[in-house]
Design a protein around this ligand. Structure first.
Ligand code: MN
Ligand code: MN
Length: 474
């Protein structure tokens, strides 16, 4: 049968309309294999990088394999640098030409802290002959999502003598875990009258940690003391040591494929370790001959609590990083540093919300992210009329779009929900303070900030490609 002729309108549409494309449509076998392989590596990264400190350890380990040198041991002839600050934030940099640092760097910035539940400074108590630990949640979580699931404990305890003790409980096969209990439905009449924000209260997020009294003899604090005795024998700590500890509860277990076709990755902490990993992987994989500028991947802490503190984007951490690099090569004074920052371009790499068909009404479909339709380019974030947002300049967005198109990156624009539905922010506005161009760009998620966030493997692939294109062409 002869092909039907295209109508004039169809032809005009092909010429003028922007067409969103499904990332799985018509892809060759080779691309499909690349998508699947990348996600395997990504899941392995997630499984060993559950806190910001663990992420920095993984980043240093991987960077060494790709020839990066810790800046503290680096020589002027080294071009690939690893930087770490307090073990919680840091950067990777490829300095092709130190003399050109003043002309600015291409910086990809992601955050490596994630919403989670932290132990309090004096956590341990007993009640009804059971041992519990008190917590204080970190970042914007829906508290009710965190009950009745196995939780692992990760972090560090620093003793008075300065000894640092690593804690990692609940991940290995056979490990014990912790859990936050919930009331049974049979007795939930009062709970059902509460609002979702209070259905489980912050002070009810306490984990169950034991029940056997010291030497099998009940008595005042016999369970609490039995647990402290266990911790003393295991880690050499006493109750006061919790004061100088950072202990985080995260869902126990590894990242999973989701779906019969394995097209999604499900895991906690993908906001924003997905961008951190893909930005890092892109910098590892790119050839020096492919880049024309000095490039950098920055890992921030504290984004989920407002980018505060000396490791968050609202500090001078990037200034310190670029200064340390300039000092290594002996090319910087204060003026050069300020110019380097002003002339830099930054991708604020963070996740966005994919349209969830069960909650369609909060999205504006023309400008919201579709799962599987590529990396998200977000000109502005904020809430209530772009409030608190860094809005990227049109010229910079044009340059980004051009770079993505050059490498056939599948991209889509995104807005975090309908106008006046809510909103959110990223590190973008804090870095824009230096005068650099900044735009948000990252992967869409379902169930963001939950214990099990979901990302499309096609989007993971195109986010990686987007970050490579940024390093190559901006
Ligand atoms: Mn984020
Ligand atoms: Mn977040």
């Amino acid at each position: 049968m002869a092909k039907e002729k295209k109508s004039e309108l169809e032809k005009l549409g092909e010429k003028l309309l922007f067409k969103k494309k499904n990332g799985w449509e018509d892809i060759p076998k080779k691309e499909f294999d690349e998508i699947m392989t990348l996600s395997e590596d990504y899941k392995k990264f997630l499984d060993v990088s559950k806190t910001e400190r663990e992420t920095m350890v993984t980043a240093e380990y991987l960077s060494k394999k790709f020839g990066f040198v810790n800046i503290k041991k680096a020589k002027k002839t080294d071009k690939k640098l690893f930087l770490s600050y307090d073990g919680v934030c840091g950067a990777l940099a490829v300095i092709k030409d130190p003399k050109k640092l003043k002309e600015g760097l291409l910086i990809n910035g992601a955050h490596i802290d994630v919403p989670r539940i932290d132990l309090k400074q004096f956590p341990l108590y007993e009640s009804e002959d059971m041992g519990y630990m008190k917590t204080h949640y970190y970042g914007g979580i829906k508290k009710y999502q965190w009950v009745t699931r196995p939780l692992a404990l990760h972090g560090v305890i620093v003793t008075e003598s300065g000894k640092s003790i690593n804690v990692n409980i609940g991940e290995k096969p056979g490990d014990f875990v912790f859990t936050i209990n919930d009331i049974l439905p049979h007795l939930a009449q009062d709970q059902y009258k509460k609002t979702p924000a209070t259905v489980v209260e912050g002070e009810q997020l306490n984990i169950l940690v034991g029940s056997i009294p010291y030497k099998f003899k009940t008595g005042k604090d016999a369970i609490k003391l039995a647990i402290l005795d266990h911790l003393n024998r295991e880690y050499g700590i006493k109750e006061e040591d919790f004061v100088s500890a950072e202990l985080q509860l995260v869902p126990a277990g590894g990242a999973k494929d989701v779906g019969f076709d394995r097209s999604f990755v499900g895991a906690h902490g993908q906001d924003d370790r997905i961008c951190a990993y893909l930005g890092m992987k892109a910098i590892f994989d790119i050839k020096e001959s492919e880049i024309n500028k000095n490039v950098m991947m920055v890992f921030f802490d504290k984004e989920e609590i407002g980018s505060a503190g000396n490791a968050g984007a609202d500090s001078n951490i990037v200034e310190r990083m670029v200064n340390d690099i300039m000092q290594l090569y002996g090319v910087g004074d204060y003026n050069a540093l300020i110019k380097a920052l002003e002339n830099s371009k930054l991708l604020s790499s963070d996740v966005n919300a994919g349209i969830d068909p069960e909650w369609k009404s909060v999205f504006e479909p023309m400008n919201a992210a579709k799962m599987g339709y590529g990396v998200c380019l977000t000109k502005f974030t904020g809430s209530g009329g772009k409030g608190g947002s860094n809005e990227a300049h049109a010229e910079f967005v044009a340059d980004i779009r051009k770079a993505f198109n050059r490498d056939k990156v599948l991209w889509q624009t995104t807005e975090l929900g309908k106008v006046d539905q809510g909103g959110g922010g990223t590190i973008a506005k804090y870095l824009a303070k230096y005068g650099m161009d900044v735009v948000d760009c990252g992967t869409a998620l379902l169930s963001m900030h939950s214990p099990f966030e979901v990302a499309s493997k096609a989007d993971i692939y195109h986010t990686y490609k987007a970050y490579k294109a940024f390093y190559k062409y901006l």
